[in-house]
Design a protein around this ligand. Structure first.
Ligand SMILES: [Zn+2]
Length: 192
Protein backbone atom coordinates (compact mmCIF):
# COMPACT_ATOMS: atom_id res chain seq x y z
CA UNK A 1 0.00 0.00 0.00
CA UNK A 2 1.34 3.43 -0.88
CA UNK A 3 2.00 5.98 1.84
CA UNK A 4 -1.01 8.03 0.80
CA UNK A 5 -3.30 5.00 0.94
CA UNK A 6 -1.89 4.04 4.33
CA UNK A 7 -2.47 7.58 5.63
CA UNK A 8 -6.05 7.46 4.38
CA UNK A 9 -6.67 4.01 5.86
CA UNK A 10 -5.17 5.11 9.20
CA UNK A 11 -7.49 8.13 9.19
CA UNK A 12 -10.52 5.89 8.49
CA UNK A 13 -9.52 3.52 11.31
CA UNK A 14 -9.08 6.45 13.68
CA UNK A 15 -12.54 7.82 12.88
CA UNK A 16 -14.12 4.38 13.40
CA UNK A 17 -12.31 3.82 16.71
CA UNK A 18 -13.73 7.11 17.99
CA UNK A 19 -17.18 6.33 16.50
CA UNK A 20 -16.78 9.67 14.73
CA UNK A 21 -18.38 8.96 11.39
CA UNK A 22 -21.70 9.16 9.56
CA UNK A 23 -23.83 6.62 7.71
CA UNK A 24 -25.64 7.45 4.49
CA UNK A 25 -29.34 6.66 4.34
CA UNK A 26 -28.43 3.65 2.16
CA UNK A 27 -26.33 2.29 5.00
CA UNK A 28 -29.06 2.84 7.57
CA UNK A 29 -31.44 0.91 5.29
CA UNK A 30 -28.98 -1.99 5.03
CA UNK A 31 -28.46 -2.00 8.79
CA UNK A 32 -32.17 -1.93 9.61
CA UNK A 33 -32.77 -4.71 7.07
CA UNK A 34 -30.04 -6.68 8.91
CA UNK A 35 -28.02 -7.14 5.74
CA UNK A 36 -25.03 -6.11 7.81
CA UNK A 37 -24.37 -5.37 11.45
CA UNK A 38 -22.64 -2.21 12.60
CA UNK A 39 -19.93 -4.41 14.12
CA UNK A 40 -19.28 -6.08 10.74
CA UNK A 41 -18.97 -2.75 8.96
CA UNK A 42 -16.70 -1.37 11.68
CA UNK A 43 -14.48 -4.47 11.61
CA UNK A 44 -14.12 -4.15 7.82
CA UNK A 45 -12.99 -0.55 8.24
CA UNK A 46 -10.67 -1.36 11.16
CA UNK A 47 -8.87 -4.26 9.43
CA UNK A 48 -9.56 -3.62 5.77
CA UNK A 49 -7.51 -2.42 2.84
CA UNK A 50 -8.31 0.12 0.15
CA UNK A 51 -9.13 -1.87 -2.96
CA UNK A 52 -10.09 1.00 -5.30
CA UNK A 53 -10.24 4.77 -5.31
CA UNK A 54 -13.12 6.24 -7.28
CA UNK A 55 -12.52 9.83 -8.34
CA UNK A 56 -15.39 12.09 -9.27
CA UNK A 57 -15.19 15.67 -10.55
CA UNK A 58 -17.86 17.01 -8.19
CA UNK A 59 -17.14 14.98 -5.10
CA UNK A 60 -14.20 13.94 -3.02
CA UNK A 61 -12.57 10.59 -3.70
CA UNK A 62 -14.51 7.53 -2.59
CA UNK A 63 -12.69 4.54 -1.16
CA UNK A 64 -13.74 0.96 -1.72
CA UNK A 65 -12.53 -0.98 1.31
CA UNK A 66 -12.21 -4.75 1.37
CA UNK A 67 -12.42 -6.45 4.74
CA UNK A 68 -13.65 -9.66 6.27
CA UNK A 69 -16.13 -10.67 8.92
CA UNK A 70 -15.54 -14.30 9.95
CA UNK A 71 -13.86 -14.95 6.55
CA UNK A 72 -16.83 -13.44 4.69
CA UNK A 73 -15.54 -10.72 2.33
CA UNK A 74 -17.40 -7.39 2.53
CA UNK A 75 -16.91 -4.27 0.45
CA UNK A 76 -17.57 -0.92 2.11
CA UNK A 77 -17.57 2.35 0.17
CA UNK A 78 -16.74 5.48 2.13
CA UNK A 79 -15.52 9.02 1.58
CA UNK A 80 -14.05 12.00 3.36
CA UNK A 81 -16.36 14.93 2.78
CA UNK A 82 -15.29 18.54 2.31
CA UNK A 83 -15.51 19.16 6.06
CA UNK A 84 -13.30 16.19 6.87
CA UNK A 85 -16.03 13.82 8.00
CA UNK A 86 -15.96 10.09 7.29
CA UNK A 87 -19.16 9.09 5.51
CA UNK A 88 -19.95 5.42 5.02
CA UNK A 89 -21.89 5.33 1.77
CA UNK A 90 -22.87 1.72 1.15
CA UNK A 91 -21.72 -1.87 1.54
CA UNK A 92 -22.26 -5.18 -0.22
CA UNK A 93 -21.02 -8.73 -0.45
CA UNK A 94 -18.85 -8.95 -3.58
CA UNK A 95 -20.35 -11.55 -5.92
CA UNK A 96 -20.90 -12.57 -9.50
CA UNK A 97 -21.47 -11.18 -12.06
CA UNK A 98 -19.54 -8.08 -10.98
CA UNK A 99 -16.75 -9.72 -8.98
CA UNK A 100 -14.79 -12.86 -9.91
CA UNK A 101 -13.51 -12.91 -6.34
CA UNK A 102 -13.44 -10.23 -3.66
CA UNK A 103 -10.33 -8.61 -5.19
CA UNK A 104 -11.01 -8.99 -8.91
CA UNK A 105 -13.73 -7.49 -11.08
CA UNK A 106 -15.02 -9.59 -13.93
CA UNK A 107 -14.72 -8.17 -17.44
CA UNK A 108 -17.54 -5.74 -18.08
CA UNK A 109 -20.14 -6.90 -20.56
CA UNK A 110 -19.76 -3.57 -22.29
CA UNK A 111 -21.99 -0.56 -22.06
CA UNK A 112 -24.42 0.23 -24.85
CA UNK A 113 -25.47 3.81 -25.44
CA UNK A 114 -29.12 3.07 -26.16
CA UNK A 115 -30.46 5.26 -23.40
CA UNK A 116 -31.13 2.40 -21.01
CA UNK A 117 -29.53 2.46 -17.63
CA UNK A 118 -26.88 -0.24 -17.63
CA UNK A 119 -24.62 0.57 -14.72
CA UNK A 120 -25.28 1.39 -11.10
CA UNK A 121 -24.28 4.94 -10.18
CA UNK A 122 -23.05 3.79 -6.79
CA UNK A 123 -21.09 0.62 -7.46
CA UNK A 124 -20.80 0.47 -11.27
CA UNK A 125 -22.42 -2.98 -11.45
CA UNK A 126 -24.97 -4.33 -13.87
CA UNK A 127 -28.61 -3.30 -13.58
CA UNK A 128 -31.35 -5.72 -14.44
CA UNK A 129 -35.05 -4.95 -14.99
CA UNK A 130 -37.42 -6.08 -12.24
CA UNK A 131 -40.90 -5.36 -10.97
CA UNK A 132 -40.91 -4.16 -7.39
CA UNK A 133 -43.67 -5.85 -5.41
CA UNK A 134 -44.03 -3.07 -2.89
CA UNK A 135 -42.35 0.26 -3.41
CA UNK A 136 -43.00 2.22 -0.25
CA UNK A 137 -42.15 5.59 1.21
CA UNK A 138 -43.44 7.88 3.91
CA UNK A 139 -44.75 11.35 3.25
CA UNK A 140 -46.20 13.67 5.89
CA UNK A 141 -47.04 10.80 8.22
CA UNK A 142 -48.74 8.61 5.62
CA UNK A 143 -47.25 5.39 4.30
CA UNK A 144 -47.56 5.12 0.55
CA UNK A 145 -47.28 1.62 -0.96
CA UNK A 146 -47.14 1.33 -4.72
CA UNK A 147 -47.48 -2.19 -6.10
CA UNK A 148 -45.87 -3.52 -9.26
CA UNK A 149 -43.51 -0.68 -10.14
CA UNK A 150 -41.13 -1.40 -13.04
CA UNK A 151 -37.59 -0.66 -11.90
CA UNK A 152 -33.95 -1.43 -12.44
CA UNK A 153 -32.18 -3.36 -9.72
CA UNK A 154 -28.43 -3.29 -9.19
CA UNK A 155 -27.34 -6.92 -8.96
CA UNK A 156 -24.49 -6.01 -6.62
CA UNK A 157 -25.58 -3.36 -4.09
CA UNK A 158 -29.36 -3.62 -4.43
CA UNK A 159 -29.96 0.01 -5.33
CA UNK A 160 -33.17 0.52 -7.31
CA UNK A 161 -33.73 2.93 -10.18
CA UNK A 162 -37.06 4.12 -11.49
CA UNK A 163 -37.57 5.77 -14.86
CA UNK A 164 -38.86 9.34 -15.14
CA UNK A 165 -42.01 8.00 -16.85
CA UNK A 166 -42.72 5.60 -14.00
CA UNK A 167 -42.01 8.35 -11.42
CA UNK A 168 -44.45 10.70 -13.19
CA UNK A 169 -47.12 8.00 -13.18
CA UNK A 170 -46.60 7.37 -9.45
CA UNK A 171 -46.84 11.10 -8.64
CA UNK A 172 -49.95 11.43 -10.85
CA UNK A 173 -51.66 8.54 -9.04
CA UNK A 174 -50.91 10.14 -5.70
CA UNK A 175 -52.24 13.50 -6.87
CA UNK A 176 -55.42 11.85 -8.24
CA UNK A 177 -55.79 9.99 -4.92
CA UNK A 178 -56.17 6.82 -6.98
CA UNK A 179 -55.61 4.45 -4.10
CA UNK A 180 -57.17 1.83 -1.87
CA UNK A 181 -56.38 1.25 1.79
CA UNK A 182 -57.29 3.27 4.80
CA UNK A 183 -55.90 5.17 7.77
CA UNK A 184 -52.27 5.99 7.17
CA UNK A 185 -51.50 3.27 4.62
CA UNK A 186 -52.35 4.23 1.06
CA UNK A 187 -52.03 1.48 -1.53
CA UNK A 188 -51.61 2.24 -5.22
CA UNK A 189 -51.54 -0.20 -8.10
CA UNK A 190 -48.98 0.94 -10.63
CA UNK A 191 -50.97 -0.61 -13.47
CA UNK A 192 -54.47 0.57 -14.21
ZN1 LIG B 1 -24.98 -0.88 -7.22
Amino acid sequence: MSTQLKTTMDWIKGRVKETAYFHSEHMVRYLTQRLFSIEEIESVLLDGKILEIHSHPLRNDCYLILGYSYNKPIHVMCTKDKNGNLIILYAYLPANPTWKDEKTRTQSKGQTMDGNLKKCFFCNSEIEPITVGNFDFRWEGDLYVIKGVPAGLCVQCGEKYISADASKKIVAKIEQEDFTGKDEVLIFEYKG
